[in-house]
Design a protein around this ligand. Structure first.
Ligand SMILES: Nc1ncnc2c1ncn2[C@@H]1O[C@H](COP(=O)(O)OP(=O)(O)OP(=O)(O)O)[C@@H](O)[C@H]1O
Length: 200
């Protein structure tokens, strides 16, 4: 994998049932700075692709090479530990001195319309939208090479959703983004390339 590549998928073949393949000799190269959207009807294999990239599933054939990944999922309650505050959990993934982290956070909190006081709360004390913005914040602080984004704005209202997508896209200087979405307007607006799994 060259330095500019964040993800390479070579001849991926996979099906939960070997007789019923979801991917057959599927190829994808995603370079840093690119955003590729994955669209397709329900059950077409969008989440399965993320599971394969995260190595939670093993290909039947083919190879996936990937650098440091962070993910933003639809349901943020599953991605935070219920017993710790948001700040404690951000500190754990970022490995930065608290003072340095707080300086960096000040800049990002405004962009995400998040009040600093929320950081001292535990996940269940936040609304779904607030917690989703915290999961976006955490993913961005991790400085991944590949950002996996699954319907990130479904829990947000429209105005915040556009701001949040803009903030995610600003990360393109440093990393590649693979976006799962049902929203074709959003995909057309932000993607370098759209892969329709109904057509592979
Ligand atoms: N753990 C599993 N075991 C067996 N089959 C599965 C498993 N997970 C998903 N599938 C099947 O694999 C296919 C692809 O599922 P996947 O969840 O990747 O689709 P999707 O495109 O993400 O769907 P949606 O848009 O509804 O979230 C579906 O037919 C699904 O029923």
């Amino acid at each position: 994998m060259s330095k500019k590549e964040a993800l390479t998928i070579d001849n991926l073949t996979f099906g939960y049932d070997k007789e019923k393949l979801i991917y057959k000799d599927f190829n994808l190269i995603l370079n840093r700075g690119e955003l590729v959207s994955i669209v397709g009807s329900s059950g077409s294999g969008k989440s399965t692709l993320f599971e394969l990239i995260c190595k939670n599933l093993t290909p039947l054939k083919g190879k996936i090479n990937v650098g440091r990944i962070s993910s933003i999922y639809q349901d943020p309650y599953n991605s935070f530990h219920p017993s710790f505050t948001i700040l404690e959990q951000l500190k754990d993934v970022v490995h930065k001195d608290l003072k340095v982290l707080k300086e960096e956070l000040k800049k990002r909190l405004d962009q995400l319309s998040l009040d600093i006081k929320l950081l001292d709360k535990k996940p269940h004390e936040l609304s779904g939208g607030q917690l989703q913005r915290c999961s976006i914040l955490r993913a961005l602080l991790m400085q991944p090479e590949l950002l996996l984004v699954d319907e990130p704005t479904s829990a947000l209202d429209n105005i915040i959703a556009v701001e949040v997508m803009k903030l995610i896209i600003e990360q393109l200087n440093n990393c590649a983004i693979l976006l799962i979405t049902h929203d074709m307007t959003l995909a057309k607006w932000c993607s370098d390339k759209i892969i329709n799994l109904n057509e592979i």
